[in-house]
Design a protein around this ligand. Structure first.
Ligand code: ADP
Length: 663
């Protein structure tokens, strides 16, 4: 190596930040194939986790950052990382449809951006290398402008020849080698001396392919990227592309050739194809599950809502008992549908987390209130212990934490007949602004046999005691495990048959000091004092119309509200054109004109005051509520069917108050 050339490239420690499992596998595989050592490579699934990791392991100098991680969507993650680690080399991985995002990332300080769809063994590593070298060069030229790189061209060609990853050689038409580089004997897996003894064309296969190649070369003087197999000394074969040019001088007839090994690239292509097929079928499955859950939620709306109404009428003790069973069963069914939706999200790597500051103590006390009732039915004790040092305001996904604790606590109640359930929270570790909390849910129930304990977190595991038939579906624990692990935590269990079980998990949180604003107090209808609330209910399903009307009338005296029903979107806009209303409750799927179309018409084609009327979407599609799709269509809010009467009343008062009184 001449002393004035660049120092050889040493593979950096690379941290991949990505929350899609199949993309993690693809990138890891590609990097490993292109020679990055496994211990030089690590992956985190969120920005929060990555920041924690990088503080611990500063030697990870290069970051591959996906633009879709949940707590760093778009450019947000990049900005967070640059703020904390200004000297790291960050390469952004963008989706094809978000190409523009890649450009803004570069403007914001990323060193490069790659399109996920185009990641290949042959491109990913050189790109990292270019980014790293570019940065190093830039830094070097800034500090001292002395190290100017000058290579004479002879030396340059020699270096390219020596260091090329492609086999470069010159041979005669029989295949006897005259000159070749290191990559040549590495490709054929022969020693340098052995190679000189043989005719390399004997290692080309198939024989027909070899003949075809030589004919083409002699006939036209050159060949470009001709596909051919190379059989190595050890019997293994490599898939290659060969490019060659004839040499015809008075002293020598032969050709110069370049062979590129594309075996790994081919493997990566196959992997990518498999990934695309898997994605496609996951999408279909997800659609199917979403449809089924919709089909189940709609009739459940009627069952649950109607039994709610019946419970509020005069009933004999016997009737009350029957109706309460109907109510509990429909609640249970709703729980099953929700669990199936979560499992399908997990299996499609589509779990998204919604990180916000929240009051942990409030969450725990609310949880206790909810499960108190179930524990009371079996006369079990419930105990909540928040140890000293556990912060009150933390940054995390509140709903998911609640879901995990609820599953564990409910299992505790389900499998315990005597004694009680204790929920413990303690502080495991604290550093600057982060805290690692340990949650333990302990019961004094039947316990879990030691030979079953390993399988307990797998989907659909049920352990049945002889003669005892516990209700269950084996989804609760796998959901809890995924929710914990995908947020970077660990979950485990200790148990003894007949004595009880102890489930525990830990999670990392940022500590917050946010002051929470008081939620806007919805004024009750009575205090509005501006006449009755005029509601336009747009719903095609007769049973759902009845549930909504009866629930509303139960809550408000008929003098305080005035409900008009429209059977579809078209009827709704005709009625609205004739008469004033204070709020619209709008179903989405309807014949003639659906809820989105009707909303668009109201927002864009009606006079100003009418165009601003609050519109609440009513849907049984959980995902519509979750991704707030209804907002794109101009709706203000959403009520999920079967609706919680309290939530519906609260939203109606809140929106009509703003519209009638504040406007
Ligand atoms: P489900 O509760 O719906 O059956 P889970 O995945 O939550 O599904 O639990 C799977 C199985 O693990 C349960 O059916 C039960 O046999 C066992 N199990 C879970 N929690 C406990 C517990 N606290 N005590 C005893 N067994 C338990």
């Amino acid at each position: 190596m001449p002393s004035n050339s660049l120092s050889p490239f040493i593979s950096p420690f690379i941290l991949l930040i990505e929350d899609n499992k199949s993309d993690i596998d693809l990138v890891k595989n590609n990097l490993a194939q292109s020679g990055v050592l496994r211990n030089h490579l690590s992956a985190c699934q969120s920005i929060k986790q990555a920041i924690f990791f990088l503080r611990e392991y500063p030697e990870f100098s290069t970051i591959l950052l996906s633009t879709t991680v949940s707590d760093g969507n778009g450019i947000v993650g990049l900005q967070k990382l640059i703020a904390e680690f200004p000297n790291k080399i960050i390469i952004v991985l963008a989706e094809k449809e978000h190409q523009d995002l890649g450009v803004s990332c570069i403007k914001a300080g990323a060193q490069d951006f790659l399109l996920k769809e185009l990641l290949e063994v042959s491109s990913i590593y050189p790109n990292i290398r270019f980014a790293v070298e570019r940065t190093q060069q830039f830094q070097a030229s800034l500090s001292e402008k002395t190290n100017k790189v000058k290579l004479n061209s002879q030396q340059l060609y020699q270096d390219i020849f020596n260091n090329s990853k492609d086999a470069i050689y010159i041979c005669n038409l029989e295949g006897r080698l005259v000159d070749f580089n290191q990559a040549t004997f590495e490709l054929f897996a022969f020693s340098e001396e052995e190679l000189l003894e043989i005719e390399v064309h004997d290692l080309f296969h198939t024989k027909e392919k070899k003949r075809e190649f030589l004919y083409a070369l002699v006939a036209s003087g050159s060949v470009t990227e001709f596909p051919i197999g190379i059989e190595q000394k050890n019997g293994k074969s490599r898939q290659c592309l060969i490019s060659a040019k004839m040499i015809n001088t008075p002293e020598f007839t032969g050709y110069s050739g370049v062979i590129r090994d594309i075996t790994e690239q081919q493997k990566a292509n196959d992997l990518r194809k498999a990934r695309d097929i898997a994605r496609q079928s996951a999408k279909m499955k997800e659609q199917f599950i979403a449809n089924i859950s919709h089909e189940m939620r709609t009739p459940m709306n009627a069952i649950w809502g109607m039994s709610n109404l019946v419970m509020q009428t005069k009933l004999s003790a016997e009737q009350r008992n029957y109706v309460s069973t109907i109510q509990q069963s429909s609640e249970l069914l709703l729980g099953v549908v929700n669990d199936i939706l979560t499992i399908s999200e997990i299996q499609n790597s589509q779990l998204k987390f919604d990180y916000k500051f929240f009051d942990l103590y409030e969450l725990l006390h609310n949880l206790l209130n909810v499960i108190q009732f179930k524990a009371g039915e079996k006369s079990l004790q419930l105990l909540l212990q928040i140890k000293e040092g556990v912060p009150r305001i933390v940054h995390g996904d509140k709903q998911r934490l609640n879901q995990i604790l609820y599953n564990l606590a409910l299992n505790g109640i389900k499998f315990t007949e005597k004694g009680g359930i204790t929920i413990d929270i303690e502080n495991l570790n604290e550093s600057n602004d982060f805290v690692q909390l340990k949650f333990t849910v302990k019961d004094t129930g039947i316990g879990i046999p030691s030979d079953k304990i390993d399988a307990i977190f797998e989907t659909f595991t049920l352990i049945r005691e002889e003669g005892v038939d516990h209700e269950g579906k084996g989804l609760g624990l796998p959901i809890a495990k995924n929710l914990v692990e995908q947020q970077g935590g660990k979950i485990g269990v200790k148990s003894e048959v007949g004595k009880g079980s102890e489930f525990y998990f830990d999670l990392l949180f940022e500590i917050g000091e946010e002051v929470f604003p008081e939620p806007i107090q919805a004024k009750s209808a009575a205090t509005l004092d501006k006449g009755a609330i005029r509601i336009l209910l747009v719903e095609d399903h007769k049973m759902n119309q009845l549930v909504a009307i009866k629930s509303l009338e139960k809550y408000w005296p008929t003098t305080a509200i005035e409900i008009t029903v429209a059977n579809d979107g078209r009827e709704a806009i005709n009625i609205l054109a004739e008469k004033d209303f204070d709020i619209i409750l709008m179903d989405i799927q309807m014949p003639n004109m659906n809820g989105y179309e009707a909303t668009a018409h109201i927002r864009h084609k009606m006079p100003p005051k009418k165009a601003e009327i609050p519109i609440l979407a009513m849907t049984a599609h959980a995902h519509v509520a979750k991704n707030e799709k209804f907002r794109d269509h101009g709706m203000d809010d959403c009520i999920l069917k079967p609706f919680e009467p309290k939530e519906l009343f609260k939203k109606i008062t809140e929106y009509t108050f703003k519209y009638k009184v504040l406007a």
